[in-house]
Design a protein around this ligand. Structure first.
Ligand code: X2W
Length: 287
């Protein structure tokens, strides 16, 4: 009897949670949400399963989610096994011809298919592609010092819309073609920003392993404008690894993305918490 009562209480709490989510479900119905899933946020199989469930939930309630993933730590690990040295310059991997082959194998192969499989196991329909498929993201050389690192130039996002229209969740590896047969390695945040911009997405969620943008006292700032981001960067408060993320956010918003959230992927069900409850889990940036 006591157990039954407890179960009833749990169920009532669940029903209330669903009820409280209604305005958010209504607000985001039909919205396009690009989720950048970084290598550092991927964690173990349980974290992957939970992420996949969040994405399937989003699709189930009428959103159009697109996953753009990273995989930096996984690339490092295979490069080390192969004895290939690797260095970063201003947050991007210096990528020679041998490295770009490893990058494509790891991102388009191992990491992309692990995410696709997790989403399918959670009951969704995921299809994995890279920037090469249907020429989704044609790139120029980013910087001569970086080798085969791509800067997105021409975005052809129709393939993503075609996948949405039949209920498929696209999972995109940040590997892209150049004009002359090159394969480019693209920073995952950069790729997610370019895709979100081209889709005019309602939200870009940058899932990472930090709590968000912090102020001078080290407190997380839950909401900030693009101007505040510029000011804090000038003051040196936003620095280091946060800069590529805030730069991606500014560029995406300039291209028409409504808001960007730098989201703490270590928190359980971070995507659901951000989209469907009053409690965000990071820093929301908008114009
Ligand atoms: C990245 C691509 C993967 C990535 C790299 O080679 O590591 C460049 O730096 P995370 O896990 O999101 O860091 N590309 C040009 O962005 O992975």
């Amino acid at each position: 009897m006591k157990k039954q009562l407890l179960n009833m209480r749990d169920s009532i709490a669940t029903a209330r949670t669903l009820n409280e989510a209604l305005p958010y479900l209504q607000r985001y119905s039909g919205a396009t949400v690009v989720v950048k899933f970084g290598g550092n946020a991927m964690g173990d199989d349980d974290a992957m399963e939970e992420f996949a469930q969040d994405i399937v939930f989003m699709r189930q309630v009428g959103l159009n989610p697109v996953v753009v993933h990273g995989g930096g730590p996984m690339i490092n690990s295979l490069l080390a096994k192969l004895g290939i040295k690797s260095e970063f310059l201003r947050g991007k991997r210096i990528t020679d011809a041998a490295t770009v082959e490893v990058v494509e194998m790891v991102l388009s192969g191992l990491v992309n298919k692990r995410i696709v499989q997790a989403i399918n196991d959670a009951g969704g329909r995921a299809v994995g592609i890279s920037g090469k498929d249907d020429d989704l993201m044609v790139c120029d050389y980013d910087d001569p010092e970086l080798g085969f690192v791509g800067r997105p130039r021409d975005m052809r996002v129709q393939v993503l819309r075609d996948l949405f229209s039949v209920g498929i969740i696209p999972v995109v590896a940040p590997v892209a073609p150049g004009d002359n047969g090159e394969t480019f390695n693209v920073n995952g945040d950069t790729a997610a920003g370019a895709i979100a911009g081209a889709l005019q997405a309602d939200r870009l969620l940058l899932l990472t392993d930090v709590a968000g943008v912090k102020d001078a006292e080290g407190e997380v700032i839950t909401q900030l404008t693009t101007q505040e981001v510029r000011d804090l960067t000038e003051q040196g408060v936003i620095s280091g690894g946060m800069i590529p993320k805030t730069e991606t956010a500014l560029m995406a918003i300039e291209q028409g993305v409504r808001a960007v959230v730098i989201l703490d992927g270590r928190i359980q069900n971070a995507c659901l918490l951000e989209l469907f409850t009053d409690h965000g889990a990071g820093s929301l940036i908008r114009s």
